[in-house]
Ligand binder design. Sequence first.
Ligand code: GCW
Length: 720
Amino acid sequence: MSLPHTVQPTPDRAVARHPAWLPPEAFGPLGIRSALVCGTGPLVDTVVEELTRAGTRYGGRVHRHARAGAVELVLALTGADPLPPVAARLAGEVAGTLGAEGFLLDRSGHVPVLLADTPAGLLYGLFHLVRLGGSAFDLHPVERHRPALDRRMLDHWDNVDVHPVMGQVERGYAGGSIFWRDGAARNEPDRIREYGRLLAACGVNAITVNNVNVHATEARLLTDRLGDVAAIADLLRPYAVRVHLSVTFAAPVVLGGLPTADPLDDRVRAWWATATRQVYDRIPDFGGYVVKADSEGQPGPFTYGRDHADGANLLAGALAPFGGVVHWRAFVYNHRQDWRDRTTDRARAAYDHFAPLDGRFRDNVIVQVKHGPIDFQAREPVSPVLAAMPATRLAVEVQVTQEYTGQQRHVCYLGPWWSELLGFTPWGPQGRTVADIAAGAGRTGTGAGGGRTGTGAGAGRTDTGAAGGRTLPGGGLVGVANVGADPFWTGHPLAQANLYAFGRLGWDPRLDPRAVLDEWIGLTFPPSTTGDPALVRRTLHEIMDDSWRTYERYTAPLGVGFMVNPRDHYGPGVDGYEYSPWGTYHFADRDGVGVDRTRATGTGFTGQYPCPWAERYESVEQCPDELLLFFHHVPYDHVLRSGSTVIQHIYDTHFAGVEQVKTMRQRWQRLAGLVDAAVHARVSGLLEEQLRCAREWRDQINTYFFRKSGVPDTHSRPIH
Ligand code: GCW
């Protein structure tokens, strides 16, 4: 679908691709040194290739023999033999302790030594050195690194065929797909390889190559079009990125010609077993399946009177012999709701469907939970499902693609948001965080297919994570990808920072999102390529650090969500969904606005949270301002914790948001001539659109609420 101001697909090869966070200059400090690499295997070859490429440009050399003589940097597998004396003793001490993807950097001697137990660890270590730049060679105590989350995955919502409504990429804002074009594989191996490099350099280790809405052509990627998937897997393997496939639950019917896809039917089980074996014959390190079932029209187990544990366990059973996993999405709700029906609350749906199934999923099922209870809105509470399934592997799903956060036409750096999400403590300040849940810390399994059922909704429910059973690994962090065939990869050049931050926060959720942005700036705008490095760095921080909150200020207020235009989800459409079947309402009338989700008088959704959040959200006085209208219907003169009234807050934030976008635009103009001209021009054009759109939001929202409430702005600013 072509939207005004959308980044139109750029003709292939017409424009060189932007190097994103791996410009050659970022390798300068490594490239001038002679390095020794010890170890063998394809990923070690990748490390050698990267260093060789840098050395070719900057004059360094790469040696493969431990007795190479004087070298200035050593990267070695702990098990390599022989090792140079400078690495051998330490390698002996730490071998086997560094983890599947971890590494150690010893900068206490005259030569930095990077050690890893595995080739993947060595690759991640290399990119750590790139991030350190020249300081990689400074004296420093030994550091050890390993990812907090084992699974850091991007889901591409890419279609193979151009979909008549959704286009090549569903909710894609960066041109076409990097994998597919007009029904065929795009056949641009260089682009996919470069993508793999970028992913490895920020820590992403898994992707799906097709949309979770699986249409007819895409269904066949599992069978007769498997070769296309294998080709992508071959290109990404050198960067330690495992490929997954979105599959349709109806595959035994639509591909296998069976009369049923009933998960308890033996023919269906046999069909999945055979199909899955064939996948592994072709792609031995295949990651697994992603499934959107009984959701927005996708087929699922409900058709056969089965539940989602039955459905997920079916696929898990087929994948288990090969070590694969199934990511089973918890995004299940009634999208044909009657807006007149005030008893149905979409926010409740995921918990109502999934919490009772806790303990019934096989160990290689990952239940993939959207971060909030509704749908990737710029402000939602954390999904209560994340605290409700202690015996299930859970992944947290966020949207890197900016469907509801400006569609890569607005600057909106999402790192601070994800950092808040990952640090959220569902059981109160002393308890585990969302990142801990995604990491699996404290989880226990009760065994495949065990008959235990959960307790359903229960305010004040305490966590049972410590009780018995085996420790389950976590499900990790999943992001809907924001990359396309656009030469800047992400349409808006500054949206690259979101992809980078996604990977880095998946690796270490405790990183300060500003520090992550700082890394990204340093790599993407290396000092040697900018006119005034300090000004560039400062200006980008000023523009981006708080840009998510700026976006929130000029869009839907106080967590109420869904005031976007239907279908394309861009720009203000205050009542766009108010009388629709989608379950996303704000209930504004002349007296007030917001959704009553309390136990006392509303839908009871607050009861899905454990203490202390059930109580905090239930109470109109204690509920955080930014979520007030998600949980409560209040009069316009309700006084917020901030001291302002709801109506005055709406006016103030909308006026302020637009002023902040004007300031962003001015600041960006300072960088003319100081950064790459193409980047400058693209961002300048998009900032004009952001300002236009922010004004539209401001004026529609303010006018709407003024007309509803009749309450004037205390500062008499123009409202229409
Ligand atoms: O946010 C909604 C999108 C749909 C998407 C769905 C989902 C892939 O508007 O386009 O479908 O979420 O997450 O499945």
